[in-house]
Design a protein around this ligand. Structure first.
Ligand code: ZN
Length: 312
């Protein structure tokens, strides 16, 4: 009886040894992170609309955080030390570019950031500001034209893929799907604008932010309350008189303010000219979560609905 028992013990020991070798081979120090097996990068987008667009490209693979608090104007944003801290730990920072984020260079320096900076508007040909001291400066408001946002999506897709090559195929698929939604949004806007008689497709805005939108959809940019494509300088009495003349002469139905803008000047112009003031257009930040403008696509649909209803 001793022979078979002894053999059985040997077999058991041998199997056990093989298991130890096998387990050791799989788990023992052979998983040094390669370029494609590290954790997903942490991604920070400056504006809320940019974070939403980037999240659509990132899909479920990573979470895109946003730097600017809701309702804050990127033109006049003053970063805090806490903002520098958030930038310092990001692997990828997504910016609009084209001069929108005047604070950015100082913030990147102050944070000591080594992040990959993805400029969403890179490669787009800017229109030039028409009025005031900023006349001739590049207009950064590309995102208010969804056809131009297709370039944002290309740049964000490429930036995420460069930072996280293992996710490239996923970003490619997500970007292609979102491009289809942008095409659908564009077609919908074209159909909505048809509801406004061509002679009433006239825009007066708080600052010069709807230039690309106007060019894409056949609106005439009549004028702005504040001159320029950034924070905007207060108008002279002469500028204001000319704007009011133009509003009366052309019969501009409404003055379009972005949310958060001081309505005082618009109310004065409205009173002088008979135009109405529209205040609920979201141009530089998404609306509150759960509202009608809490994604980029919904923000655009909301804005177009408000503008079309005000002008038709
Ligand atoms: Zn602006």
């Amino acid at each position: 009886m001793s022979g078979p028992v002894h053999r059985g013990v040997c077999v058991t020991l041998l199997v056990g040894l093989l298991l130890v070798v096998a387990v050791g081979g799989c788990g023992g120090g052979q998983e040094a992170p390669g370029p494609e097996s590290g954790p997903e990068p942490s991604v920070l987008a400056v504006e809320s609309f940019l974070a939403d667009i980037a999240q659509n490209v990132a899909g479920d693979r990573l979470k895109v955080d946003v730097l600017l608090p809701s309702g804050v104007d990127p033109h006049s944003f003053q970063p805090s030390p806490a903002d520098a801290g958030r930038v310092s730990v990001a692997h990828v920072v997504i910016v609009n570019g084209a001069g929108l984020e005047a604070f950015l260079a100082d913030l990147m320096n102050a944070s000591g950031s080594q992040a990959r900076v993805v400029e969403a508007s890179a490669g787009l040909q800017p229109r030039l500001s028409r009025w005031g001291d900023e006349a001739g400066e590049s207009d950064p408001h590309f995102w208010l034209d969804p056809v131009m946002v297709k370039t944002y999506v290309d740049n964000i897709r490429d930036g995420l893929a460069a930072a996280d090559p293992a996710g490239a195929a996923e970003y490619e698929r997500n970007a292609a799907a979102y491009q289809v939604e942008l095409d659908e949004l564009n077609a919908w806007i074209v159909s909505q604008v048809q509801r406004v008689p061509s002679g009433r497709r006239l825009l007066v805005t708080n600052h010069e932010n709807l230039g690309y939108f106007a060019d894409r959809y056949g609106f005439q940019l009549v004028g702005t309350l504040l001159a320029g494509v950034s924070s905007g300088a207060s108008p002279s009495a002469q500028d204001l008189a000319k704007l009011e003349d133009d509003i009366r002469r052309l019969g501009v139905p409404a003055v379009i303010l972005e949310t958060g803008a001081d309505p005082k000047l618009a109310q004065q112009v409205a009173q002088d000219t008979g135009a109405r003031v529209v205040t609920e257009v979201h141009t530089h930040a998404l609306g509150p979560a759960g509202g009608s403008a809490d994604t980029y696509l919904d923000m655009m649909r909301h804005n177009v609905t408000v503008i079309v209803d005000a002008l038709r």
